[in-house]
Design a protein around this ligand. Structure first.
Ligand code: S3P
Length: 437
């Protein structure tokens, strides 16, 4: 397989109906939560990407049985505790979500477990989850990054935890540990995606969520002895959908209908931001499923895009989509400003840094700091030059952002590390082909 992609033509005038693969956050949560039930759980449309397969490998190593059939995945877990062999090594691959969440699940491990990850994950901060997990009684080898060694406690005790970053990974890691702890765990969490809360509620786990204000949620969870099986039909991932939404907005004479997408209110920052910028995008056929909201998304070429001073309240709900939102800013009239975004540099690669680099290569003036970016938009920007994107820590979203930039702004692009899409969106290029023809 070719390791890089070359693009030298813009894509205009398409009218298509597509679907994207299953939601990554929901797929990983389904795998981990199913592993806690002794009954058989079934998922349809689970995302078959490397991040999800790493989760499957981890629960198998912890004793769950997993079967992939033609249209579904089945898990029979081993209940709330597990008998892992001594010196077990779990590999979270490229996935921050898996790495952080699984540590919560391991809070009651009897033996030492080592958690490793790939080069990119090994640079990311894990103290954000080891700190609260220590309060439950787990022990760690003192490192802030992978590889980490952990030994759980047979008697985890409920904690009080304040999550300040708006990180669903931190919140969920603590929620999973809380399931195994004696007593009532109390969490005050800056708002972030709430898929775990909704799954817990669906499973009748004793959880109370209070949304007292617009900044924090208050969550209380009681430990349980067992949980039920979790059957789930996983909707499409809005984070994957985002690349095609922006492709359509920035292409001439085009429209796209994307079917069956999870539009949980904690995930649709991109839609709110794009609408404020003048993007023609709307939900069609909204419905509910197990507490989640699902919809088809209709999007059209949008000529009159304008810059935005982006309210920080959208940051968490658009955190994985900013790379492509910045492309829209580059093609908008006026200046856009995005702030309080230091978390973007904590992802698979420092994404604020990479956004700035790519915009600069494209000739888009931007002023970027450690936590903000100001983008000077130009609706008439069309590129003719050569652009080579490399050494971006194989960050899947940087790869896909570059592809969308090439297809909408023109120029001659060479983009390395084509394999990176396998972590979150293996069918990305196949869907693009379908849109082209
Ligand atoms: C995720 C949470 C987000 C997001 C990641 C998936 C999740 O990370 O960037 O891709 O599934 O909980 P943080 O919680 O660290 O912001």
């Amino acid at each position: 397989m070719k390791k890089f992609l070359e693009i030298d033509k813009r894509l205009d005038s398409f009218k298509k109906v597509i679907t994207v693969e299953g939601d990554k956050s929901l797929s990983i949560r389904w795998v981990l939560i199913s592993s806690l039930s002794k009954k058989k759980s079934v998922a349809y449309n689970i995302l078959k990407s490397e991040d999800v397969m790493s989760a499957v490998d981890c629960i198998k190593a912890l004793g769950s049985k997993v079967r992939f059939l033609k249209n579904r995945c089945e898990v029979i877990g081993n209940g709330m505790s597990f008998n892992s062999k001594k010196k077990l090594i779990l590999n979270a691959g490229n996935s921050g979500t898996l790495g952080r969440l699984i540590l919560g699940l391991l809070v009651n491990s009897k033996n030492k477990i080592k958690l490793v990850g790939d080069k990119s994950l090994s640079k990311r901060d894990f103290s954000r989850v080891t700190q609260p997990l220590k309060k439950f009684g787990a022990k760690f080898n003192g490192r802030k990054v992978l590889p980490l060694e952990m030994k759980g406690t047979e008697t985890p005790k409920a904690i009080t935890y304040f999550e300040k970053k708006g990180s669903a990974q931190c919140k969920t890691s603590v929620m999973l540990a809380a399931l195994k702890a004696e007593g009532l765990t109390t969490i005050k969490a800056k708002k972030s995606r709430d898929h775990s809360e909704l799954m817990f509620k669906h499973l009748n786990i004793p959880i109370k969520v209070k949304k007292k204000n617009k900044v924090f949620d208050y969550i209380k969870i009681k430990g349980v002895k067992k949980i039920n099986s979790l059957n789930y039909n996983i909707p499409g991932d809005i984070s994957s959908c985002a690349f095609f939404i922006v492709l359509t907005l920035l292409s001439k004479n085009s429209q796209l209908l994307i079917k069956n997408i999870n539009i949980n209110p904690t995930r649709i920052g991109i839609i709110k931001i794009l609408k404020k910028m003048g993007g023609l995008v709307k939900f069609i056929n909204k419905r509910s499923y197990k507490g989640e909201k699902i919809s088809d998304i209709f999007v059209k070429s949008s000529k009159n895009l304008k810059g935005i001073n982006c309210p920080v309240k959208y940051n968490s709900s658009a955190i994985d989509e900013f790379l492509v939102i910045f492309l829209v800013a580059a093609k908008s009239k006026g200046i856009s400003f995005f702030k309080d975004l230091s978390e973007l540099n904590q992802k698979e690669s420092p994404r604020l840094v990479w956004s700035s680099k790519i915009l600069t290569l494209m000739g888009v003036k931007n002023i970027t700091t450690k936590n903000s970016i100001k983008i000077f938009g130009n609706p008439n920007l069309f590129l003719k030059k050569k652009i080579y994107i490399k050494n971006f820590s194989k960050d899947h979203r940087v790869f896909m952002m570059s592809v969308i930039a090439a297809l909408t702004f023109g120029g001659k692009w060479k983009i390395n590390d084509l394999d990176s899409i396998k972590t979150s969106f293996p069918k990305f290029l196949d869907i693009l082909k379908k849109i082209k023809h």
